[in-house]
Design a protein around this ligand. Sequence first.
Ligand code: AMP
Length: 390
Amino acid sequence: MQYNRHSGGYRQNRNPNRFRSFGRKRIDSRLYIKRADEFTKIEDIETKNSFTDFGLNAELTKNIKLKGYVKPTQIQDQVIPQIIKGRDILGIADTGTGKTAAFALPLIEKVLKNPNERILIMAPTRELAMQIKQEFRSFTWGLRVYITLAIGGSYLGEQIKEIRRGPHIIVGTPGRIKDLGKRRVLDFSKIDTLVLDEVDRMLDMGFIGDIKSIVDQTPKSRQTLFFSATVDSKVERLIDTFLNNPVKISIKSPNPSSHVEQNIVRVGRNMRVEKLKELVSEADFKKVLIFGSTQITVERLATTLIQTGFRAEGLHGGKRQNVRQKIVKSFKENQINILVATDVAARGLDISDITHVINFDEPNNYQDYIHRIGRTGRGDSKGYALTFVE
Ligand code: AMP
């Protein structure tokens, strides 16, 4: 794909509507244009350890190899030995750095050493919680390590039954976890290790009260692993209260959007659907994530695309959890190759081979933009992001 093919490139910035306001602050459309950086592959980053240096259980080490992980990422290299030592961790890192395995591997090791170990993991969204569970599961093949979900929107009765069986690891969202505590299904005083993942996003989503109430009920002697992509004063306050002399590890790169070639497409409102169809018909648009601002837009777009003959689905918070899970699975497994989604539904989606992100509607703010485009250009592949602007 040529850099300027869809827009005419930088010259388009002279449009006087660029800063037009509709009652909210608009994003300068120049920010949607950026060339992709050169790649630094995981294999090219210098790390001290190999997976066999951590002294992990032999079966676990075998499972790491089976999953295809050849060498630790930077965060895994630094964090795994410290977690094994029992230290608290403050990890400043975004998704894409391998942070999930950085805590999953040493925590599985902890359970293998002591089957009475109880671990609670909190994440901002259901999707992320499910992904964390899957990552754990992929490492626990053949090992007696049990993990279950505690997320809103899914059958509460089923979750209660599973939790009563006494899994070693529970991963969930703060609202549901707190609720299960209130119902006395979960006893936070038995927690040995607490993981708080994507703390900045949990705070953005208003979970501060739930998190504090849960953490307050856990023992002071617990080990705490704390991950956040950004640190502002609110996050800092939590670091001070939750962590005990933590080892601080900051992984600045890879910037999740650095491998993404970004551009704008100038198209009027009434021509957007046609333009979209034209784009997704192109051969190199193999796996496309389209963002719409509302559930209605997402639903309508998905229907139009399906009626036109595309393999598409719409994903938004108005759909039942099991339906959402099925849709994500069919996108992951390439039964469909176009997913239309709202921001909330797409949070935490870890699908490694999305070729294009299209912002059919502009995001509300630049941070959401970065989250959106970070869904492509993952791993070792270059991604493309196109934003429709008037
Ligand atoms: P995360 O930051 O945990 O969301 O991981 C980002 C992506 O990197 C996921 O698709 C992981 O499967 C992948 N990944 C994590 N660790 C490694 C590794 N050591 N080698 C190769 N890929 C990895």
